[in-house]
Design a protein around this ligand. Structure first.
Ligand code: ADP
Ligand code: MG
Length: 488
């Protein structure tokens, strides 16, 4: 094997990372079986347009394997629903393509913030004699690892409290001095940066020491390689290849939990490498101790090294990530205009994973680009209505006023009154700010509710509080605390 990463001349962006095909399921046969009902024509047109975008993004092979077999059933309450042949198929698509699908739907003009899958077993029956395993794309089969995404570097990774431990551990591994923890096990929910950090390690080592043999691949791909080796009676070659690397990184290891022969082979590979003091990095969607279907000996082995949890991004980290990504978007959309306060608004309102945050920004910039609109709060609320609704726990203006009054120890009547003393004016401004952040109410609406004030008064309050949030940490903490209480 060349002492190199998997440079195969194919731009990584053209293929989904770690995509491959299922063992028991032949998507082409399922697609041809026509088991799904025809969706309404406008839904069909929408999906056609979204599909074309997805194909450009993930490449023909991944598209044929995972997207083509999906039967689009429509969008309801912000959830895009698909018919899939198996539950596993659905969770795979969710895990690997949710961002791409949601972005494509948004670009095709329909917003959704989540995916749901209906299992339609009829679609799953593979045609008789259909090839079961060797459906892996030919050019991928030639590579032991997966191609790397050039964007997933340490430089592009924004560090905050929830991920700093994982970041520093990844840096340490990339520095490649003495192997200090082996394996490094990164775990956390979807879209929190596990793949990003692993690929960043690979890029960093590749840059510093091109002679090092680094392999990054998904656990799924590991399984394919193994099955392929079994079928072509080349398990020796397989073992030699994986046991001769300097750094092995296996992403989404939960995939092989419960798949016995693959688990076994993984265990042996893993042991051989660790014994030779080669670095192993593993990721999973949960900690080893929580992986039920993993063999006990593997589970305990995975805990020998350093197990690091990536926590969901908090407000500060969400905002820093948005700032970094907005800067990149502005560089590629030079005509787009981004009004102040929008990123803060998104960071407040979209508390799920980083991929969703990225998707929201992409939608806003696509809209600004296509329609020449300035990205401001109103536009964001309109374009992202579905996303925002999902995180909207139906907070009412009265609730906000009550909670803020209680927090600052003033009466609700004071907040609604015309009094201008700082002791009541500041809580009033804060309540207005939270009203704008946490509800879909317009400025005039909020003004009316706050004792019949003008919308310009509300606007002034929003600006003032935003300034204070940046300069006064006590106010910033109050805001975060109140927001948490109100959002439950
Ligand atoms: P995971 O593998 O944990 O599901 P990914 O690494 O694929 O998540 O991250 C999802 C997306 O969010 C990627 O586009 C990634 O670049 C981005 N992302 C996640 N965390 C960060 C971060 N801290 N800074 C910048 N981008 C991030
Ligand atoms: Mg990942």
């Amino acid at each position: 094997m060349a002492a190199e990463l998997m440079a195969d001349g194919i731009p990584p962006r053209q293929r989904a990372r770690g995509a491959g095909r299922l063992t028991q399921f032949d998507p082409a046969a399922a697609a041809a079986s026509g088991a799904s009902p025809a969706p309404a024509t406008d839904a069909a047109a929408l999906w056609d347009s979204a599909r074309a975008r997805i194909e450009r993004r993930v490449g023909a092979d991944s598209f044929a394997a995972w997207i083509a077999p999906l039967c689009f059933l429509g969008i309801e309450s912000g959830i895009a629903r698909f018919g899939v042949p198996t539950g596993f198929f659905g969770s795979w698509v969710e895990r690997h393509y949710a961002g791409v699908i949601l972005t494509a739907l948004a670009e095709a003009g329909a917003g959704a913030h989540g995916l749901a899958f209906d299992i339609r077993p009829a679609a799953a029956a593979p045609a008789a004699g259909a090839p079961a395993v060797d459906a892996e794309p030919a050019e991928e089969a030639a590579l032991p690892g997966s191609p790397l995404d050039p964007k997933l570097t340490f430089e592009n990774f924004v560090v905050g409290k929830p991920n700093e431990m994982a970041f520093h551990a990844a840096r340490r591994v990339a520095e490649q001095g003495e192997v200090s923890f082996n394996p490094l096990f990164l775990h956390g929910g979807v879209g929190l940066g596990k793949t990003h950090l692993m690929q960043a390690i690979a890029w960093a080592i590749r840059q510093r020491d091109p002679a090092k043999k680094v392999i990054y691949l998904s656990a799924e791909k590991f399984m394919y390689r193994f099955i392929h080796a079994l079928r072509s009676r080349d398990t020796l070659g397989f073992k030699q290849m994986f046991r001769s690397v300097d750094v092995l990184m296996v992403d989404d290891v939960q995939f092989i939990a419960g798949k016995d022969s693959t688990q076994d082979e993984f265990f042996h590979t893993f042991n051989a490498l660790v014994e030779q003091r080669r670095q192993v990095v593993i990721s999973g969607d949960r900690s080893p101790s929580d992986m039920d279907r993993l063999e006990e000996r593997i589970r305990s082995r995975l805990q020998w090294g350093l197990v690091v949890d990536i926590h969901p991004a908090d407000y500060e980290l969400r905002l820093s990530i948005l700032e970094a990504k907005a800067e990149q978007q502005l560089a590629t959309h030079p005509r787009a205009q981004l009004a102040p306060g929008v990123l803060e608004f998104l960071a407040h309102r979209i508390a799920s994973n980083v991929r969703v945050l990225e998707g929201a920004l992409t939608r806003l910039f696509a809209n600004a680009d296509l329609l020449g609109r300035r990205i401001d709060l109103d536009m964001a609320q309109e374009i992202l209505a579905d996303l925002l609704r999902a995180s909207d726990r139906k907070v009412t203006l009265d609730e906000i006023i009550r909670k803020v009054a209680a927090h600052y120890n003033v009466r609700v009547g004071d907040i609604l009154s015309q009094r201008r003393a700082r002791a009541v004016a500041r809580p009033r401004q804060i309540a207005m700010y939270l009203a704008k952040q946490l509800t879909a109410r317009s400025l005039p609406d909020i003004g009316r509710h706050f004792g019949g004030r003008d919308h310009t008064t509300v606007l002034y309050a929003l600006k003032r509080v935003e300034e204070l949030r940046k300069t006064d940490s006590a106010i910033a903490e109050d805001l975060e605390l109140l927001r948490r209480m109100l959002e439950g």
